[in-house]
Design a protein around this ligand. Structure first.
Ligand SMILES: Nc1ncnc2c1ncn2[C@@H]1O[C@H](COP(=O)(O)OP(=O)(O)O)[C@@H](O)[C@H]1O
Ligand SMILES: [Mg+2]
Length: 254
């Protein structure tokens, strides 16, 4: 479904701060599966998602989405097929616009439109239904500006906006890391429900080993831009992952 071949990426090329983060990197993602990407800070997780989503370009290599090389496409073009939710609850939404305006914008993804024609009355019932499903009472706040919502409410809205056009691929970059444990659980459960309902292939970066095991089908660990662990989640325990981290830490300190 998604195939990454010979991917290379450096930052600050030809300077003292040059970082070669990926060097001939390969990985494949299967249709309708949720893969958790884990690994210590700076190992390249977000860079991988940025390369797939198109917010940065690869130096070399192919990114094949359903057999089509998207590696040279602009982010805007890729976003028609790829939904994203970020760690910061304000990144996936426009805080100064209302819930209705945000949902209308997401609904128009990939279309040309004027702001005056942004809101289509006949779509509103569908939005209300999506919001009612969340069970956060947002359906009665359609005209509230998103900046007045809590982080958890914004993240739920981001999730709906990222999935409402049923993208082929959903990229989640630690999308619950900024939330309290209770809200984080609500978002994780909602995430699982939406990706199952719309059969969306998902890549989810997670800092939480328990969530990684519980909510994914496969776990991939990166270390300095390399895959160092790749297993079906049903064969992995949280303890096993924490032990690998501990071992790395010991090597690092020794
Ligand atoms: N836009 C950028 N410019 C320069 N260096 C970057 C950029 N993005 C990431 N890096 C560097 O690449 C490495 C991997 O970063 P990142 O992918 O964000 O790691 P993480 O696994 O924590 O998400 C880090 O050393 C980071 O400082
Ligand atoms: Mg990151």
């Amino acid at each position: 479904m998604l195939k990454i071949e010979n991917l290379s990426k450096s930052f600050n090329k030809n300077t003292d701060n040059e970082i070669n983060i990926f060097n001939n990197f390969h990985i494949e993602f299967e249709e309708n599966k949720c893969t958790a990407i884990i690994g210590s800070n700076g190992c390249g997780k977000s860079t991988l998602l940025n390369l797939i989503g198109g917010s940065i370009l690869a130096d070399k290599g192919q990114i094949l989405l359903n057999d089509k090389d998207i590696s040279k496409l602009r982010e805007e073009k890729r976003s028609i097929h790829i939904g994203r939710v970020y760690q910061n609850p304000s990144m996936g939404v426009s805080p100064s616009l209302t819930i209705l305006e945000n949902l209308s914008l997401a609904d128009k993804k990939g279309e040309k439109f004027t702001l005056r024609r942004l809101i289509k009355k006949n779509r509103t019932d569908g939005y209300i239904e999506l919001l009612r499903d969340l069970d956060l009472g947002l359906e009665s706040k359609l005209n509230t500006k998103v900046k007045f919502l809590s982080g958890g409410q914004r993240q739920c809205l981001s999730l709906i906006m990222a999935t409402m056009k049923h993208p082929d691929l959903l990229l989640l970059d630690e999308h619950t890391a900024a939330l309290d444990p209770k809200t984080s659980k609500v978002i994780m459960q909602k995430t699982r429900e939406l990706i199952k309902k719309y059969s969306i292939t998902t890549i989810m970066i997670s800092h939480n080993m328990k969530d990684a095991v519980e909510y994914s089908d496969r776990i991939v660990m990166l270390d300095s831009g390399n895959v160092v662990f790749d297993k079906a989640s049903e064969n992995v325990t949280e303890k096993e992952l924490i032990d690998i981290y501990r071992e790395k830490l010991v090597q690092f300190v020794a």
